[in-house]
Every structure is written in structure tokens, then in C-alpha cells.
Ligand binder design. Structure first.
Ligand code: ADP
Ligand code: MG
Length: 376
């Protein structure tokens, strides 16, 4: 959940994930259930930390639900027990950040028992956390009757359309920073997609694998053999890999940097490639034009800085237009979703923007997701 610190404390800068949780909570409360909401925020390391408190989340949740939300000041302690005991039918309570308990990420039996003791049954709706085997995602549903929530079912419905018989051509756009983060999903997508377009920081390891000079661009030298292997397998499988032909480069990563567009196969040694160029964006648009299914993960450049945001904007606009035209378009990845919102592109123009970047990537890698297995 994106938060920012202000003079008045921590404020929510993007409430997309809270909004996505509302329908299931509202349906349960509307049906008369006493709903206990458990969630996490950030990565607190050693117990409770004020900046990771769910207090602002509870306030926003109550506004969105149009119902009061009783907030506990701990996860399974006296406040949680008391808050839950006071609920009547149709009430909603929010526990404190489950990661304030060290047993959460360890899927500790004691914590799982105590969480399970608070409830009669469990609804798993945290799609963004289903790739984690934690107490609140896997421990509790192993102990009480359980079901998947509507958000999890909707996310799975879309991801299944990507993996089972996608409408073709199926094009994948990958970007972001490190190629090492994306090799596993790339390996699996090679057996499913017709085309894979690569931009962002990860494209430079591809360009280097082809023998090109990438100057000072982001390069993972140790991943070159794996990338060569991807290129070989793509050729064997008849999957087209599309790489940038030009890049927007600068000497420094700065909002006021002087930029130059240079050929992707000859980046001067003193420059870093920080976005795909206009010709590349055009090439990507042409390789997307007839796609019936598109999965996009990872921005095309350092979109956080205006001089390097154009490539991501153009590609996002092309994908949005395909979605409006009837193709299935799916955006997965925290930064990609943030880019869509930051660039002011209407979210409704995409078929689906996943609330779980890591979870959707791991699903597309073909991995078993512990939070889903526990709901079976
Ligand atoms: P997602 O969260 O959508 O999966 P990633 O976390 O993999 O995406 O990558 C997002 C980050 O990649 C952004 O912060 C962006 O600035 C960075 N990035 C994109 N292109 C480049 C580039 N050419 N050089 C360095 N960083 C880049
Ligand atoms: Mg990211």
C-alpha cells in the first residue's frame, strides 16, 4: 500500500488495494457475518512500528464501506480478543498489521492457532499475498473451514485466461529493472506466448547477450548465459523476441538530465539507457497491433522521471487501446500498475490490473501458490 509521510502523519497515496478488498467485506457483512479483517502493510522487522500501523487503512476502509470499522491495537492480543468479542452480526473489525507478529512470516503454529481461534471460518481474499506461506494466508485456512474471496477468484479467472488457451496472437511486454527477477516467468512464458517484447532495464542484458555495447546502462553480466539460453529457446519454439532499436540515454539519472536518443546497438560508454526510444515504441506498437491477448509487466523506462516516461506512456496507451478494442489486456506488477495511475491513463481501459505483482508473476511462472493451495 503506497503511503507518504506528511506533517500530519502517514497518509495513503494510492488506495487501490483497499478499494479492491471492499466488495467481499461488504458482501460478508451484508449477509450478517461478523467480519474480522486481517492484513499486512510494509515490512516491519521487529514488532510493531507506528509507520506500518493499519490505523489509516481502517479509517479509509470505513469510509469506503460506509460502516464503522472497529480497530484492534494488536493482532492476537487482548485488544484483538476484546474487539472481536464485542462484534455483533454485520459488524467489521480490523486487526493490527499481522506482520507485527514475528510468527506471521514464519507461518508459526502458535500464531496460526491464535488467529484461527478468533474466527469460525476464513475467507482468503488477499491475492497480493497468496504466494506467501504465512500464518494469515496459509496457517489459518489449514485450521478452519475456508473459501476463496471474490477478488482472489477474479484474479485467478483472468490469469487462467492467460495460461489456458489464450486468444492469439498472445503478446507479452516485459520491462522493469532486473532481468534476474523476470527469468523464471520468461522461461514459462516462452511456452505460451507468441511474442515477447522486452524493454526497461532488463533489455540491456539482452542487448549485451547479442554482443552490443550498452554503455553505463543497467547490465547483469552474470545473467548473460541465461539470457542467451532464453534467446536460443525462443528461436527453437518460434517465439519472437522484440528488443528496442533505440534508447533515450543520459549521463545521469536526474529529472533535468540532458537526454539523447541513440541506437540500441551502439550506446556510448558514458551514457545510460533509461527509456526506450520513439522508434522502439513504434516497433512495439506494430508488434502489438494484432494481439488478442496482452500481458504487461514492468515499465519501459524510469517512468518516475519525466524525461524517461514516454516509452512507458506510449506502450501503456497502445495496450489500453487494444483493451478498448476487445483484446484481453492484463497488467501485473506493482510498478506497472503505479505507472498506469501516475501517467493518468484510465484504469478502466485495461481488462485487468492485478492487485498482486509478485503473486501474478509466480502464478505465470507455473509455481504452486501456498495461499491458494490452502484454500483448496
Ligand atoms: P514491476 O513492479 O511492475 O514488476 P519492476 O519492479 O521490475 O516492475 O521494475 C520497476 C522499476 O524499473 C522502476 O522503478 C523503473 O524506474 C525501473 N526501470 C525501468 N527501466 C529502467 C532502466 N532503463 N534503467 C534502470 N531502471 C529502470
Ligand atoms: Mg516492482
Amino acid at each position: 500500500m503506497p503511503l507518504a509521510e506528511t506533517a500530519g502523519g502517514w497518509v495513503i497515496t494510492d488506495d487501490g488495494r483497499i478499494r479492491a478488498s471492499v466488495p467481499t467485506i461488504a458482501a460478508l457483512a451484508g449477509a450478517g457475518a461478523r467480519v474480522i479483517v486481517a492484513s499486512h502493510l510494509g515490512r516491519p522487522r521487529n514488532g510493531p512500528e507506528e509507520k506500518f500501523s493499519l490505523k489509516p487503512v481502517g479509517i479509509r476502509l470505513a469510509e469506503l464501506l460506509g460502516r464503522p470499522v472497529a480497530q484492534a491495537t494488536d493482532v492476537v492480543g487482548p485488544s484483538a480478543t476484546q474487539t472481536v468479542a464485542r462484534l455483533t452480526d454485520g459488524d467489521v473489525a480490523l486487526l493490527e498489521n499481522v506482520r507485527f507478529e514475528p510468527g506471521e512470516t514464519a507461518c508459526d503454529d502458535g500464531l496460526s492457532d491464535r488467529l484461527a481461534a478468533l474466527c469460525d471460518c476464513y475467507v482468503g481474499d488477499a491475492f497480493g499475498a497468496v504466494h506467501r506461506a504465512h500464518a494469515s494466508t496459509a496457517g489459518v485456512p489449514r485450521r478452519v473451514p475456508h473459501a476463496a474471496g471474490d477478488l482472489v477468484l477474479a484474479e485467478l479467472g483472468v490469469l487462467t485466461r492467460l495460461t489456458e488457451n489464450p486468444a492469439r496472437p498472445y503478446a507479452v511486454v516485459l520491462g522493469g529493472s532486473k532481468v534476474s527477477d523476470k527469468l523464471a516467468v520468461l522461461g514459462n512464458l516462452l511456452t505460451q506466448a507468441d511474442r515477447i517484447l522486452v524493454g526497461g532495464g532488463m533489455c540491456f542484458t539482452f542487448l549485451a547477450a547479442l554482443g552490443h555495447d550498452v554503455g553505463g546502462s543497467l547490465l547483469q553480466q552474470d545473467q548473460i548465459p541465461s539470457v542467451r539460453d532464453v534467446l536460443r529457446r525462443a528461436e527453437q519454439l518460434g517465439v519472437e523476441i522484440v528488443l528496442p532499436v533505440d534508447v533515450v540515454a543520459a549521463a545521469d539519472l536526474a529529472a533535468d538530465a540532458a537526454t539523447r536518443t541513440v541506437p540500441a546497438d551502439a550506446i556510448p560508454p558514458d551514457l545510460k539507457g533509461l527509456d526506450i526510444g520513439t522508434e522502439s515504441a513504434q516497433l512495439f506498437a506494430s508488434r502489438l497491433a494484432d494481439a488478442k491477448t496482452v500481458f504487461w509487466n514492468g515499465p519501459m523506462g524510469v517512468f518516475e522521471l519525466a524525461p524517461f516516461a514516454q516509452g512507458t506512456r506510449r506502450v501503456a496507451e497502445v495496450i489500453a487501446a487494444l483493451g478498448t478494442g476487445g483484446a484481453l489486456t492484463v497488467v501485473g506488477g506493482g510498478d506497472s500498475a503505479a505507472a498506469v495511475r501516475l501517467l493518468g491513463i484510465e484504469e478502466e481501459h485495461f481488462g485487468h490490473i492485478s492487485t498482486g505483482g509478485g503473486a501474478s508473476l509466480e502464478y505465470l511462472e507455473g509455481k504452486v501458490l501456498p495461499g491458494l493451495s490452502a484454500l483448496a
